[in-house]
Design a protein around this ligand. Structure first.
Ligand code: ASP
Ligand code: MG
Length: 421
C-alpha cells in the first residue's frame, strides 16, 4: 500500500490512513506500507537547500529532502501502534533499498527483502519511507520528485506482493483531467503501456518510472482514493483503476467489463517550450550539431520538426524542451551558434502539448485525422506533431489547452453519457 502526500498531511489524515491499513491487515493480508512526505513538505525542504547553498551538493540535498518521509513513516507506525497493531518503520538504509546513479535521481537497483518478509510474516506492519534509498557509497539517496510511487512498486516486486495499491487524492485514472472536463470518466482498467504514455505526457497520477518498473516486474497496480469513509468498499473489490497487461485488458473486454475504445485517455502538459532555429544549413550532420550539446547537458528534447529545405540549402528546425530547461537550452545554442550555423533562435514558452493515448489505435486507422479535424473545426492551430504506436501528440497555443481537451474528449466519444465510440 502506498499513500501520497495529501493523504499523509497531518496526524488527523494519518489516522485515517492507519484505519485503511488496519482493515487490510485484519482481512488476513501481510502488509507493507510506503509513504510520502506531508503535502508541500518536500518543496519546503528543497527551498531550504537552495537558500543554504545555490550550488548545493546533491548528496547533502538528499539528506535534507528525504527527511519528510522519515517523519511520516514514524508517525504512521506510532499511529498504528496506538490503535493496537504491531508496526515498525524501516528506513531505506535499514532494509536496505540499494540505488544506483546520481543523487536526486537515483534508481532502485535491488531491495533486500529478508528483513521485510520476516517482519511481515509475524503480522507486523512494515512502514517504509518512499523516495529514499542508500547509494553505493553508503549515503542516503532520493529517487526524483514523485519517487515514492517507484519505491512502492519496487517494494511490491521485492516481496512478491499480490498487488500494489497506490492511494491518492483522486479515486482512479480518468479519461482526462476531471477539473477540465466534467464528463470525464473513471477508467476501470488501463494497460501499462497506456499508463506509461499518459504519465509521461502530463497525467500526474503516477511517476512515469514507477509504471515502467511495474510493467517490467509484472506488479499489478491499483490506483484508488484514501479519502473514503470508514464503511467504504475494501480495496480487494477493486473500486479504483487497475493497471494491467494487454492480455488482461483483452480478457476484461471479452468478459464485457471494459469497452474497447480507440482512445483511452487525453492528457495535457503546459510544461513544454518551443524552440525554432532559423536557416540551419540543410546538410548532413547539422541536426546532430543542434542536439549534441543539449543531450550532453541532460536536456530532453521531445517533439522535433525539420521543415523542407528552402533555397540556398537552408531549413528551419523546431523542437520542444521542458520549460524548466528553456533558459539553459538557449544559452547552449547561442554558444554553439557558429558551429551549428543558424540565423536566429526563436522561443515560445506559451505552448501546450495535448496527447491522445490508447492501445486501440494500434489496430484502427484514422485516430490522428479525427484529432486534426476536430481541432481544425474550432480554429486551433497545430504547431508540431509526434506519434508513437499508441499516442498522438500535438503542440498548440497554451491558451487553447482546456478547449482542445474538451473538444477531443467529445470527438472520441469519451464523454460520460456517450456510448462507446
Ligand atoms: N515527497 C517526494 C516528492 O514530493 C516524493 C513523493 O512524494 O513521491 O516528490
Ligand atoms: Mg505523487
Amino acid at each position: 500500500m502506498k499513500f501520497g502526500g495529501t493523504s499523509m498531511a497531518g496526524t488527523e489524515r494519518i489516522r485515517r490512513v492507519a484505519n485503511i491499513v488496519r482493515k487490510q491487515a485484519a482481512g488476513g493480508n501481510e502488509v507493507a506500507v510506503v509513504v510520502s512526505a506531508m503535502a508541500g513538505e518536500t518543496d519546503r525542504l528543497v527551498n531550504f537547500c537552495r537558500e543554504a547553498n545555490a550550488l548545493y551538493d546533491p548528496a547533502e540535498y538528499d539528506v535534507v529532502v528525504s527527511s519528510g518521509e522519515q517523519v511520516t513513516s514514524g508517525l504512521l507506525a506510532l499511529t498504528l501502534q496506538s490503535l493496537g497493531n504491531k508496526a515498525r518503520s524501516w528506513m531505506g538504509w535499514q532494509l536496505p533499498i540499494h540505488t544506483i546513479e546520481a543523487h536526486a535521481k537515483a534508481r532502485v537497483s535491488t531491495i533486500e527483502n529478508d528483513n521485510l518478509v520476516s517482519a511481515m510474516e509475524t503480522g507486523e506492519i512494515a512502514v517504509i519511507p518512499g523516495f529514499q534509498g542508500v547509494s553505493n557509497e553508503n549515503r542516503i539517496s532520493t529517487m526524483g520528485r514523485g519517487g515514492s510511487d517507484t519505491s512502492a512498486v519496487a517494494v511490491a516486486a521485492a516481496v512478491g506482493a499480490d498487488r500494489c495499491d497506490i492511494y491518492t487524492d483522486v479515486d482512479g485514472v480518468y479519461t482526462t483531467d476531471p477539473r477540465i472536463v466534467a464528463k470525464a470518466r473513471k477508467l476501470k482498467a488501463v494497460t501499462y503501456e497506456e499508463m506509461l504514455e499518459l504519465a509521461s505526457v502530463g497525467a500526474k497520477v503516477l511517476q512515469t518510472r514507477s509504471v515502467g518498473l511495474a510493467m517490467k516486474a509484472g506488479v499489478r497496480i491499483q490506483v484508488l482514493s484514501s479519502f473514503v469513509d470508514d464503511n467504504a468498499t475494501p480495496a480487494d473489490d477493486h473500486p479504483g483503476t487497475m493497471i494491467v497487461s494487454e492480455e488482461e485488458m483483452n480478457e476484461l473486454v471479452e468478459r464485457g467489463e471494459m469497452e474497447r475504445q480507440h482512445v483511452t485517455g487525453i492528457a495535457h502538459d503546459k510544461n513544454e517550450a518551443k524552440v525554432t532555429l532559423t536557416r540551419v544549413p540543410d546538410t548532413p550532420g547539422s541536426v546532430a550539431h543542434i542536439f549534441e550539446p543539449l543531450a550532453a547537458a541532460g536536456i530532453n528534447v521531445d517533439m522535433i520538426i525539420q521543415n523542407v529545405g528552402r533555397d540556398k540549402g537552408e531549413t528551419d528546425v523546431t523542437f520542444t524542451v521542458p520549460l524548466a530547461d528553456l533558459a539553459r537550452a538557449q544559452v547552449l545554442l547561442d554558444d554553439k551558434a557558429e558551429d551549428i550555423g543558424f540565423n536566429r533562435v526563436i522561443t515560445d514558452s506559451k505552448v501546450a502539448k495535448i496527447s491522445v493515448v490508447g492501445v486501440g489505435m494500434k489496430s484502427h486507422a484514422g485516430v490522428a485525422s479525427t484529432m486534426f479535424s476536430a481541432l481544425a473545426d474550432r480554429g486551433i492551430n497545430i504547431q508540431a506533431i509526434t506519434t508513437s504506436e499508441i499516442k498522438v501528440s500535438v503542440l498548440i497555443d497554451e491558451d487553447e489547452t482546456e478547449l482542445a481537451v474538451r473538444i477531443l474528449h467529445t470527438a472520441y466519444g469519451l464523454d460520460a453519457d456517450d456510448e462507446a465510440a
